[in-house]
Design a protein around this ligand. Structure first.
Ligand code: SAM
Ligand code: SF4
Length: 353
């Protein structure tokens, strides 16, 4: 197995060997059941908090997993490692022509995992029905503002209408309940949050507001410029009546709030305080990049090269063991709030958000 250290010294713990069977567990007892799969690092937007205007050095095509290679890894994950949920993401997964094929193959696995997609929504209007037919269960569409000019400023593309059409198509296709993911702009974000919540309540979507994390390609994240979950909550409370959702949170990253009007609960809003109130202790995620690297955390300093194993003819037992070892060494937390925190080299768009 090749473990690639990513540029920065890692504090190595002395680890016992990973279990050879059972759930995909780490040394802190967390069980990974949710697999985030990046299908590509390419994207048709250029969100300022994610990638530069000129784009990035994209992965060469031959370094990306083929659909067959990916489907083999998904089979190992589901049938041997206990993965029960698969989320396809990117980069932008809708720029991948074989997305429906991979979703359908995932839906054929036994036991069938829950299949979800995180997308910017561009092109979704024409594909939502086909994705639903292929087996997609739910969808998260990223939308940071409902103001057209601000959308164009944040994403550097004038495509708000496409995203709104994609959202409507997802709802019509029955991808219930459509979720809207928002990362807030440091200047206009609190106003955007109020307008987004009104919009989502009106349309029947569930809004989830995500704290910006130090995962931008330009390494320009600054804590004092990111909108905190507490500021979001305080602002929303000036406009809406919110109470904590009574459903158990489990490993969900979002803290859910019920939104009330005079007549009762009109919807829910999730706040994902990845930085200010980290939820690493309940993390259930494993990540696979478009070039076949397992990452045990968004902020991992090491990756495990499953693509090299696949292409060297490794059998399923060997790949399973490498994946187990990768997860076994997962750190206790992301470390963003530690004084010696170092941002990962790969940006969010290359890891898979
Ligand atoms: N392109 C798709 C999209 O935008 O939904 C999928 C990939 S994108 C990397 C996944 C999610 O990560 C999006 O909701 C995006 O807003 C979020 N994201 C990107 N960069 C981020 C950052 N630095 N901090 C927090 N979330 C980020
Ligand atoms: Fe593309 Fe998603 Fe990054 Fe925006 S957040 S640039 S849509 S990958």
């Amino acid at each position: 197995m090749t473990v690639v250290a990513l540029g920065v010294p890692t504090v190595h713990r002395t680890l016992s060997p990973a279990p050879v069977d059972g759930p995909l567990i780490d040394t802190f007892g967390r069980v990974a059941t949710d697999l985030r799969v990046s299908l590509t690092d390419l994207c048709n937007l250029r969100c300022t908090y994610c990638m530069p205007a000129e784009g990035l050095d994209w992965l060469p095509g031959d370094q990306k997993l083929s659909p067959e290679e990916l489907i083999r890894l998904l089979r190992i994950a589901v049938t041997r490692l206990g993965i029960t949920g698969v989320r396809f993401t990117g980069g932008e997964p809708l720029v991948v022509a074989h997305l429906e094929e991979v979703v359908a193959a995932t839906a054929d696995l036994d036991p069938r995992p829950e299949i979800t997609l995180t997308t910017n929504g561009i092109g979704l209007a024409g594909r939502a029905d086909a994705l639903k037919r292929a087996g997609l269960d739910r969808i998260n569409v990223s939308l940071d503002t409902v103001d057209g000019e601000r959308f164009a400023a944040i994403t550097r593309r004038d495509r708000l209408a496409d995203v709104l059409a994609g959202l409507r198509a997802a709802r019509s296709a029955g991808l219930h309940q459509v979720k809207v993911n928002a990362v807030l702009d440091p200047v206009t974000g609190l106003d955007d949050a109020v307008a987004l919540l009104r919009f989502c309540l009106g349309e029947g979507y569930q809004l989830r507001i995500i704290e910006q994390m130090p995962l931008d390609a330009g390494h320009s994240w600054r804590r004092d410029r990111a909108v905190s979950a507490d500021a979001v909550l305080a602002t929303l409370r000036q406009h809406f009546t919110l109470t904590p959702d009574p459903a158990p949170r489990g490993s969900a990253p979002a803290q859910l709030w019920q939104v009330h009007d005079g007549a009762g609960v009109t919807g829910r809003v999730g706040i994902i305080a990845s930085v200010s109130h980290a939820f690493c202790a309940a993390c259930d995620r494993s990540r696979l990049t478009a070039d076949g690297q397992v990452r045990n955390c968004l902020f991992a300093r090491e990756e495990t090269d499953l693509r090299a194993l696949l292409r060297s003819g490794a059998d399923d037992d060997t790949i399973e063991a490498a994946w187990r070892a990768a997860m076994w060494s997962k750190a206790a937390g992301h470390g963003i709030n530690d004084p010696d925190f170092v941002q990962p080299d790969r940006p969010m768009s290359a890891i898979g958000g």
